[in-house]
Design a protein around this ligand. Structure first.
Ligand SMILES: [Zn+2]
Ligand SMILES: [Zn+2]
Length: 334
């Protein structure tokens, strides 16, 4: 049996192809994809290639769907709505043992790509650890946001949030907007969202941030922000994000920059201002569960991030829209 799937041939070249429907082996689950959201990581791969996304190859890593087939021993049943992420830690390596599952030696080697397709085969260890039932009250589109939100939950787990603190989120892409929503959920009142894209800034305003250009973001109370969250993956922004934080404050360098790039910082500032720099990567199983609770709990409305549905044959057009800064996250409904 064959299915339609989007294949990223090389940067800038996305084609719809007929491929074999995968068969689930022992412990594996075949998911009929209902929603697959686009992601900044996918856009990076589309624009310039990505070390974690082989080409040519099946594309897409965010998803939700319905169980279509189960391999022997898989803890799911056919017809069950599910939501999940595309990776899971091994739980035996040094880092997993140290409670740093996000840094697991094999977390990236066993990930599953290919959610922009009719069916997705979820490997056994991912089905066991990071695939869950989707409650009826949560739409497939929102459930598909589990993976990026888990990245945000991983970062938030490193922070001490207080309602009275001031936060500057730089970059109004989907991750920046999710940070705004999460900070609001934790009661943080004073959030500035810096960027240029008017539509995305409006969405950020709707989520509870004050939109501003980075040049005008200033330094509240003359001290600077308690928390600065960099969500652009641009070296220049990594460097300048330190200018906005107060002495003793925290900078989250969230956006991964292009391979081989270097940033330079004022060592005096980092040391004498005792800056707390964190740069979280990916997520462990706890962060996935936290993100799932946030989605199900309904205290965070991420629907404004969804820019509309697309069919699989609109793959190229969808990524050209994202490249041009149109929309935030599109939802493929294969
Ligand atoms: Zn993603
Ligand atoms: Zn591991």
């Amino acid at each position: 049996m064959t299915m339609q799937a989007l294949v990223l041939e090389e940067p800038g070249c996305l084609t719809l192809q007929k491929v074999e429907v995968p068969r689930p082996g022992p412990g594996e689950v075949l998911v009929k994809v209902e929603a697959a959201t686009t992601c900044g990581t996918d856009l990076k791969a589309y624009l310039r290639g990505h070390p974690q996304i082989p080409m040519p190859g099946l594309f897409g890593h965010e998803y939700s769907g319905v169980v279509a087939q189960v391999g022997d021993g898989a803890p799911f049943r056919v017809g069950q709505p599910v939501m999940g992420v595309h990776s899971a830690p091994c739980q035996v390596c040094y880092w997993c043992g140290e409670g740093q599952e996000n840094l697991c030696e094999t977390i990236m080697s066993t990930k599953v790509l290919g959610t922009y397709a009719e069916y997705l085969r979820v490997p056994a260890h991912i089905a066991r650890l990071n695939l869950f039932e989707k409650p009826d009250g949560l739409s497939f589109e929102e459930a598909s946001l589990l993976e990026p939100l888990a990245c945000v939950a991983q970062a938030i787990s490193l922070l001490k949030l207080k309602p009275e603190m001031s936060a500057l989120v730089i970059g109004p892409g989907s991750i920046g907007l999710m940070f705004v929503a999460a900070l609001r959920m934790f009661g943080v009142e004073h959030i500035v969202l810096a960027g240029r894209n008017k539509h995305r800034l409006e969405v950020g305003e709707h989520l509870g941030a004050r939109p501003q250009s980075l040049e005008d973001a200033g330094r509240p109370s003359g001290r600077g922000y308690d928390l600065v969250v960099e969500c652009t993956g641009s070296v220049e922004v990594w460097e300048c994000s330190l200018n906005y934080v107060r002495r003793g404050g925290t900078v989250v360098l969230f956006g991964g920059c292009a391979a081989g790039t270097r940033a330079s910082f004022d060592t005096r500032k980092i040391h004498y201002d005792q800056l707390n720099l964190v740069s979280p990567f990916h997520f462990g199983t706890d962060a996935v569960r936290t993100a799932r609770r946030w989605l199900i709990g309904g205290r965070m409305d991420l629907r404004p991030l969804l820019s509309g549905e697309r069919a699989l044959d609109q793959g190229a057009e969808t990524f050209e829209d994202l490249k041009a800064g149109r929309g935030i996250k599109y939802v493929f409904r294969p």
